[in-house]
Design a protein. Structure first.
Length: 215
C-alpha cells in the first residue's frame, strides 16, 4: 500500500495529555465535593470525548443536571489548563517531520474540543500537522467517521492511500467505520490486547517503528 496521507488520533497517540485531563477532572469533582479519580482511572475513561469522560468520572447515580454543570465547568477549566503538563511523546515531532519530507499529508482527528486540539497542535507540532479536526457539537464523536471524512476532504485524500493511526479501541473502530486501514500504537492509553481484536494493519511499539510502517 502506498501511503499518501495519515490521519492521527491525538491523545495517547501524538500527545500524552493524561496528567492535564486528570487534574482538570479532579478540579471539577473537587468543586462539587465528589471523590477524586486516579491517573489509572482517567486512562481507562478517556477516548470517547469530554462528555463521556465526565459521565464516567462522576459518582454513579449523579443526576443529569449535575453532569451537565460538571461538563460545562470541565470544558472551561480544561481549555485554560490543557497545556500545563501535556507533551508530545518522544520521537513524534521527528516522525511528523519525516512525513512532511516524504510528501505525506498529516491530519489530526480527535474527540477533544476544537479549541484545545488546535492550541495543542500549534504549540507542540509547529505547523507539521496541516489539518486539525476536534470535537464539535454538530459532528458525531468518534468512533463515528464524520471527522475522518472531513479531514480527508480537506487533505484531498483518497481512501486507498490513507491510513488512520491511533492508540485505542475507539480508534480501531473509527478506522473501520471510515473504511480505512488502521495502525495501532502501543505507547498510549490502551494495551495490545485492546487493539489486536480489531486486526489492525500493523502495531507499532515506538514512533521509529511507526515511521518504518508509514514511509
Amino acid at each position: 500500500m502506498k501511503i499518501e496521507n495519515v490521519i492521527f488520533d491525538l491523545d495517547g497517540t501524538l500527545l500524552n495529555t493524561l496528567d492535564d485531563l486528570r487534574d482538570s477532572v479532579n478540579h471539577v469533582l473537587s468543586e462539587h465535593g465528589m471523590p477524586q479519580r486516579t491517573l489509572r482511572e482517567i486512562r481507562s475513561f478517556v477516548g470517547n470525548g469530554i462528555p463521556k469522560l465526565i459521565r464516567r468520572s462522576v459518582p454513579e447515580g449523579t443526576d443529569e443536571e449535575t453532569c451537565r454543570i460538571c461538563l460545562d465547568e470541565m470544558l472551561v477549566f480544561y481549555a485554560a489548563h490543557c497545556d500545563i503538563k501535556t507533551a508530545a511523546y518522544d520521537g513524534i515531532n521527528a516522525l511528523l517531520r519525516k512525513l512532511r519530507e516524504a510528501g505525506i499529508g498529516a491530519a489530526v482527528v480527535t474527540n477533544k474540543a476544537q479549541n484545545a486540539a488546535q492550541l495543542l497542535c500549534e504549540e507542540k507540532f509547529h505547523g507539521l500537522v496541516g489539518v486539525v479536526i476536534g470535537g464539535d457539537p454538530g459532528r458525531r464523536y468518534k468512533p463515528a467517521p464524520d471527522g475522518v471524512f472531513d479531514a480527508m476532504k480537506t487533505l484531498g485524500a483518497a481512501p486507498e492511500t490513507t491510513v488512520y493511526v491511533g492508540d485505542s479501541d475507539v480508534d480501531m473502530q473509527t478506522a473501520a467505520n471510515a473504511g480505512l486501514p488502521a495502525v495501532g500504537v502501543l505507547w498510549g492509553f490502551r494495551d495490545r490486547e485492546d487493539l489486536e481484536p480489531y486486526h489492525p494493519l500493523a502495531l507499532a511499539a515506538t514512533p521509529e517503528e511507526l515511521e518504518r510502517i508509514l514511509i
